[in-house]
Design a protein around this ligand. Structure first.
Ligand code: KMH
Ligand code: ZN
Length: 276
């Protein structure tokens, strides 16, 4: 089994510092958290932007400053989210112009808890094409079984380049639940050589992340996905969640993949990972 790629999802599109004071709230705090999580074994840092007042933002200048600040702080691979729930699709698309090494691509529109997660097909395909032009690697987020077929269609149309990097998101109300049988089916349908992980939200987080690791997948944790260590026990920090995940991986004799390993395996653009 290849070494699992550990991703730290530091912030998210829903929770803020008001929900858990341990969550980073500014560009500088995001960069400091990225460094701590990188040093604990995370090679990829998934980021939803925050401005200097701690508000969620899709401001391209903040995106550029964040990518730069994380690159300065550590060699971890910056993955910007294009998935903010409260921004227009145009604002979300523009974020790839900050040229992170990776960015999310959400192939389908869906209900997302109490919100609508809009990913209109025409613009989503434009975003996929732009990511190829810029050399930004998509993290393809699959929330339901039909989203996988859309991903395969994009591949067929030349809008995705292999090897694919896929996240199966489980536990969002409106998407698929955390169920090992659904996961086994999804993994079986992937093109050969695809790298994948489970993103398991809230109570699905620990069991499904662990099952994904045991099945040969990568793994992600962080305050975007869970604010607690266990029911009623708040996580203190992203670092604490990453340390727990790395501990689980190590107890299975799995070593977190290094940044150069990830660059090689996912065929990332080395120019966008400046400190490998
Ligand atoms: N929190 C994730 C389940 C993205 O980053 O592109 C959804 C999300 C997508 O935020
Ligand atoms: Zn995200």
């Amino acid at each position: 089994m290849p070494n699992p790629i550990i991703t730290a999802a530091l912030t998210g599109p829903v929770a803020t510092k008001a929900d858990n004071a341990g969550m980073p709230g500014t560009v500088a705090e995001i960069a400091a958290d990225a460094k701590a999580c990188y040093e604990a074994g995370a090679s990829v840092i998934h980021i939803h932007l925050r401005d200097d007042q701690g508000a969620m933002t899709a401001d391209l200048d903040v995106a550029r400053r964040t990518v730069e600040a994380v690159r300065e702080a550590c060699p971890g691979i910056t993955q910007l989210s294009t998935g903010g729930l409260q921004f227009t699709y145009e604002e979300r698309m523009a974020l790839v112009e900050a040229r992170p090494a990776m960015a999310t691509l959400n192939p389908c529109t869906m209900t997302f808890g109490t919100a609508e997660f809009r990913n209109p097909p025409k613009q989503m395909m434009e975003l996929a094409a732009r990511m190829i032009e810029l050399g930004v690697k998509p993290e393809i987020e699959i929330y339901d079984t039909g989203h996988l077929d859309m991903m395969l269609y994009l591949l067929h149309k030349g809008l995705l380049v292999e090897p694919l990097q896929v996240s199966f998101v489980m536990g969002v109300r409106g998407g698929m639940r955390g169920d090992p049988q659904i996961l086994s089916w999804l993994v079986k349908e992937l093109p050969e050589g695809t790298s994948w992980q489970v993103i398991a939200v809230a109570k699905a987080n620990l069991p499904m992340t662990t099952i994904g690791l045991a099945m040969g997948g990568n793994a992600r944790t962080g305050m975007e996905d869970t604010l607690t260590l266990a029911k009623g026990v708040p996580a203190e920090s992203n670092l604490q969640l990453v340390e727990r995940l790395v501990g689980i991986a190590r107890s299975m004799q799995l070593k977190p993949a290094t940044v150069p390993e990830v660059v090689d395996r996912l065929k990332l653009n080395p120019e966008l990972v400046t400190r490998t």
